[in-house]
Design a protein around this ligand. Structure first.
Ligand code: NAI
Length: 301
């Protein structure tokens, strides 16, 4: 089969001044995409900033013979996001791909976490994905083509001590994707999620040994992201990626039990083994499928 190329396509990659986002931007550019490199250029906790980080990656892309423009806005800044999209449209007239990758950390156990540290992490990851997605959504719909990749995390999917803010934001992105995948389908706008594991400045405080870090290069995640940006991309998938391994993560529901309108607190307790029995568990395509199961069970099916 032919190589996957992005000639004539325009991509926005947020948080692309370093780490994973830089690799995604470089690989999209290597494969022919014109790229908006967004990065606020702040520290890992979101403080500080400047557009140097984005400019440097733009220079790297140009050195490879590619086309790119820098954007130093925060993904949470409405005017900055609008400018980022306008710059891309003015320069190239279309936007095919959004990789929403920008992120920060404010790790603390919930006991010690201020609400301000919770809020800013939700703002950057969740609203910092929603705002760029909203700004490109109608452009993609009108083109009848679009690919959006949101960046989730094993913390959101499964949990991690000290990251309640980050986990809430990251699983929020999966909920966001689950509705967009349905709303985008008619206009060939596919929305997927990447759950990466990579050695970046974000993971440098986890105390992982050098040999492990060497196996977790950010560029090992990028093929998964670039596939989700391609014409062959599925929609509504959560692709996990790290160290060269790739898998699909999904929320499944057990078949469960029908207890009828006379269900009691005690009957829930007494049926817990049946409620949680994994035999026949499945993932649903939309919320309505779950409701349909409830009615099927009510009818004895
Ligand atoms: P990183 O810190 O190297 O990259 C994040 C980039 O986002 C930075 O360049 C930063 O300047 C930029 N950024 C932060 N706030 C921004 C804002 N408001 N506006 C624009 N840019 C902003 O970290 P890494 O590891 O490359 O993270 C990339 C994404 O992958 C993040 O969403 C992160 O949560 C996610 N992730 C990373 C994992 C890992 O193992 N490294 C694990 C799971 C998820």
């Amino acid at each position: 089969m032919a190589d996957i190329r992005f000639d004539g396509k325009v991509a926005i990659v947020t948080g692309a001044g370093g780490g994973l986002g830089r690799q995604h931007a470089l690989e999209l550019a290597r494969r022919g995409a014109k790229v908006v490199v967004n990065d606020l250029g702040g520290s890992v906790d979101g403080s500080g900033g400047g557009s140097d980080a984005a400019n440097k990656v733009v220079e790297e892309i140009k050195a490879l013979g590619g086309e790119a423009i820098a954007n130093g806005s925060s993904v949470t800044d409405d005017a900055g996001v609008a400018r980022m999209v306008k710059d891309a449209m003015d320069a190239w007239g279309r936007i095919d791909i959004l990789v929403a990758n920008a992120g920060i950390l404010r790790d603390k156990s919930f006991t010690k976490m201020d609400i301000a540290d919770f809020q800013v992490v939700v703002d950057v990851h969740l609203m910092g994905t929603v705002k760029p997605a909203k700004a490109v959504w109608d452009i993609m719909r009108a083109q009848n083509y679009g690919r959006i990749v949101v960046t989730t995390s094993s913390t959101g999917l499964y949990g991690n001590f000290g990251q309640s803010n980050y986990g809430a934001a990251k699983l929020g992105l999966v909920g966001f994707m689950n509705s967009l995948k349905l709303e985008g389908q008619k206009n060939n706008v596919h929305v997927n999620a990447i759950s990466p594991v990579a050695a970046t400045r974000m993971t440098e405080n986890l105390g992982m040994p050098e040999q492990v870090l060497a196996q977790l290069k950010p560029e090992y995640v990028t093929p998964g992201v670039v596939f989700l940006c391609s014409e062959d991309a599925p929609t509504g998938a959560v692709l996990t990626a790290g160290a060269g391994a790739f898998a699909l993560s999904r929320i499944v529901e057990t078949e469960g039990v029908y207890l009828g309108g006379s269900a009691t607190v005690e009957s829930i307790r007494d049926n817990w083994a049946k409620i949680t029995d994994e035999t026949g568990q499945k993932a649903y395509l939309n919320g309505g499928e779950q409701t349909a199961k409830f009615f099927r069970k009510m009818q004895g099916g």
